[in-house]
Design a binder for this molecule. Sequence first.
Ligand SMILES: Cc1cc2nc3c(=O)[nH]c(=O)nc-3n(C[C@H](O)[C@H](O)[C@H](O)COP(=O)(O)O)c2cc1C
Length: 434
Amino acid sequence: MKTHRLLSLCAALATGAALAGEPADPLVVACVGDSITYGHGASDRGTKSYPAQLQSLLGDGWKVLNFGHNARTALDEGKEWNGQGGMGYRKSPEFEKAKAAKPDVILFMLGTNDSKPVNWDADGGAGVKRDYAGLVGDFLALEPAPAVVVGVSPFVKKDSFSIREKIVGGDLAPWQRAFAAERSLPLVDAYEATKAAAETSYIGDGVHPNDAGYGVIAAAFAAKLRELEPALRKSHAAAWPSSIALPAPKRAAMPLGEALAKRATHREFVSEPLSDQELSDLLWAANGYNRPEERKRTAPTAINRQEVDLYVLRPDGAFLYDAAQNALVRASKDDLRGLTGRPGPNNFALEAPVALVYVVDFERQRMKDRPADSLKYAYVDCGFVGQNVYLHCAATGLSTVFLGSLQPDKIAEALGLPETSKPVFAQTVGRPAP
Ligand SMILES: Cc1cc2nc3c(=O)[nH]c(=O)nc-3n(C[C@H](O)[C@H](O)[C@H](O)COP(=O)(O)O)c2cc1C
């Protein structure tokens, strides 16, 4: 079972305690490159590729992901030695996956395959350098922007597959060093590191490192990441705050009778985000404390077990509503809205800025010995919250639709919920489409 980080986060929030001993949110390291990143020639890619060895060197607190793709080039129109096209890294699925991983830092090591005559010779490497800079620019333009570490292309011990040391060592590597210096990007000189250890670091083709060679590259990147770690952790904390304090909630002014008259389901939204104030007002109406001194809420629950947790899914992540602190506590960096509503391209949950998810904590409900009552009460307790949301939306001009369709297992996994907490309903909220 997953450890439920949110529980300790909430406990700490409720008591105001520091999160002593809490493992830091891992820094995500995306290794972008070709077969040398992929780990071709390693005795076991899973443990001996350079990203895998880097993960063991860095340990907990880091998540190293391998986005290497064999034969890929920085050149957008890159080709294999035999003329087969489509080798540009931008055209690989790994390019999209690397961006989607929301990395804190990208280890960028491309260029070896660009040294092939078919990619280099027509313009003496000008296109390679242009697209190399363009790719780095694409990564730097991500929101939030990752750090990009330039990995100088490794030494070529023996020319193979038409990869040429005279280009890599004689032109590309010096250009990569100058490029990094000019852009003030951190640099790892994998060329020098592998050249110094060339005797023992290569498989027979003379291009791909062996396990020891991958270890050399991993050690070089690990040293640089350790040096960058304080700055990376600082920008990670700014980009992905672990909790967001909401402004004090304001009550909707519309008389109840009028709100009841307007209450309705709407399924057409615009994507404009809700402000923190709007969210605070909505969540308080949904299930906030209306009698804080008694720790009682706007929605009733059977035997006052208060077993319904509200999660807020937004494009910038998923958050638990902490009603006591009037705060959002981060549960995920991912946009999980697509796991609510009916899956597919016309899912309105992706158009609206907010999807609420109703999670029942069956542990807190303490009704294991009465399974029929447990479910009955859980569902009706969610329903009260849902109606509060409907009425608040009616009163404030927002649109909403309560949803029985959601993907509970995937949501539970993504939120890191314990076995005893189950997502049961969702509710889309946003501004109405004109
Ligand atoms: C338990 C429950 C589950 C629902 N599930 C969905 C759903 O999965 N998708 C959807 O579009 N609407 C869903 N709805 C919204 C209903 O379709 C809607 O409330 C109904 O058509 C009546 O419309 P009204 O809310 O405007 O009165 C659900 C409503 C409830 C109460």
